[in-house]
Ligand binder design. Structure first.
Ligand code: TYD
Ligand code: MG
Length: 454
């Protein structure tokens, strides 16, 4: 009997070892090395039978002789998805979509395949054809172009692909696939690597775009080796709070476009809806004025986004006051409270402070600092802020209001949404000639406190 070939792989970075060891030499992680069964493939090719459309060996070309004008992107109809990709799907590209379970990855890609005017093959290793049909019925049941296949073996998938000749292939998910060339079970590092490289080879040789769904681990990385993210052309992340309706699609890596664009969706009973005016939805339209609410003019990628910050400051019941933040870094909240205490003489030491960013969104744009400070001051004084005022500024440790990037874009968004005043740093260079909105320039937090609480 032939000896079973095994090898050791680091679960975190994918480095291969011939024997087990406690720490990975490459990524220095402990206890990440596991044994997997492998079998060297005789012929590691997505197609075992040579066919006419296999490319000949490539030859070097002068860069100015390469024709790039031919590159036409596939329009996915979904304008948010197109924008994140940089204008549509590039033929032959491999896109990896990651996200937490239940966030809506399968829904998003099924919806896109139902809308696409091209022939798409949706390969699922997780759900049966009936289950997919049931899901499709909620979104858009009648599509002539969408084919569904439940299969997990890559060789069988390629056979079906050759027969069907789809324009786009979607794989749900890469962790469920397995290749005959590798013995270890699906989801293992060597299987994921092998299946991905077969799919990449297929995509490049036939110019068919492939979209892969990837599961993520507890700490938010795509399950499988980091090398997977290096292999594919584009890595997209679908994020959001499962209990809220908003979902954000972000590009973490994009060989064919910028990574600054984001797409915003709303999960509805009938699939995902594109949100084209996120600011209007994120700001609650209340009739009565409430204390502790402030609007921040933030930027998510390239898009300006008006976000509502809510703070609640109350007398601490226990000896140690509580500080909690949802959607905002708790350490940063503590820092802002310390700055307020030191620079503006606020005694917040004996108060509980709760902070919440509405809409289930997490913000790491530092420009939100000023709105956080404003909402805390407003709640502390129990004085509502004027409804048509918004803020964009970073607060430094010495209490200075620091400039933020692309301030003019934020001002224009605020103006568009009907705000009458925006507070920004004095050090921002503003050449904009706005008439409708008043731009209040601040240099120190002390001035800000005085202006806000008159
Ligand atoms: P799913 O797309 O299966 O998530 P993933 O593939 O990322 O694990 O599930 C998304 C969730 O969305 C699921 O809990 C049900 C819900 N959902 C809707 O609210 N509306 C819909 O139209 C569909 C299809 C799903
Ligand atoms: Mg799924």
């Amino acid at each position: 009997m032939a000896k079973v070939k095994t090898s050791f792989f680091c679960q975190s970075c994918g480095t291969q070892y011939s024997k087990w060891q406690g720490q990975c030499n490459a990524c220095k992680q402990w206890n990440t090395i596991v044994e997997e069964v492998i079998q060297k493939p005789e012929k590691n090719d997505w197609k075992t039978t040579p066919s006419t459309n296999l490319k000949k060996a490539s030859v070097p070309l002068r860069i100015n002789e390469i024709n790039s004008a031919k590159e036409t992107r596939l329009n996915t109809i979904d304008s948010e998805f197109n924008r994140v990709l940089g204008g549509g799907i590039v033929p032959g590209s491999v896109i990896l979509l990651g996200g937490e379970p239940g966030i809506g990855k399968s829904t998003l890609l099924l919806q896109i395949s139902l809308q696409l005017p091209y022939k798409t093959l949706y390969v699922s290793g997780e759900e049966s054809q009936k289950q997919i049909k049931m899901r499709a019925e909620r979104i858009k049941p009648d599509s002539e172009n969408c084919f569904v296949l439940t299969e997990t073996k890559t060789q069988n998938i390629f056979k079906q692909v050759e027969a069907l000749q789809p324009d786009v292939v979607i794989i749900d998910s890469i962790q469920t696939l397995h290749s005959d060339y590798i013995e270890s079970s699906s989801g293992s590092i060597s299987q994921i690597k092998e299946c991905t490289s077969e799919l990449i080879k297929f995509a490049k040789e036939t110019a068919t775009p492939v979209i892969l769904i990837g599961h993520i681990t507890k700490d938010g990385n795509i399950a499988g080796p980091k090398i997977l993210e290096h292999m594919v052309d584009t890595v997209l992340q679908f994020e959001g709070d499962r209990n809220h309706v908003f979902r954000i699609l972000r590009a973490h890596k994009n060989r064919f476009g910028s990574t600054n664009e984001i797409g915003i969706y709303e999960m509805q009973g009938s699939g995902l809806r594109e949100v084209t005016n996120p600011s209007e939805i994120l700001i609650s339209k209340k009739d009565e004025d409430l204390s502790g609410n402030a609007i921040a003019a933030t930027l998510e990628g390239m898009r300006p986004l008006m976000i509502e910050v809510q703070a609640l400051v109350s007398t601490a019941v226990y000896g140690t006051p509580q500080r909690s933040a949802t959607g905002f870094n708790a350490k940063r909240l503590n820092m802002l409270l310390a700055v307020l205490e030191k620079r503006a003489g606020f005694r917040l030491g004996a108060k509980d402070v709760f902070l919440n960013i509405t809409g289930g969104i997490t913000v790491d744009d530092p420009a939100i600092d000023l709105a956080v400070v404003a909402s805390i001051l407003s709640s502390n004084e129990d004085e509502p802020l004027p409804k048509d005022v918004c803020f964009a500024g970073e607060v430094g440790l010495s209490g200075e209001i620091r400039p933020v990037q692309r301030v003019e874009q934020r001002i224009l968004e605020a103006e568009k949404l009907g705000f009458s005043t925006i507070y920004v740093s004095k050090y921002n260079k503003i050449t904009l000639k706005t008439t409708a909105i008043k731009v209040n320039l601040l240099s120190k937090i002390e001035d800000f406190v005085v202006q806000l609480i008159q």
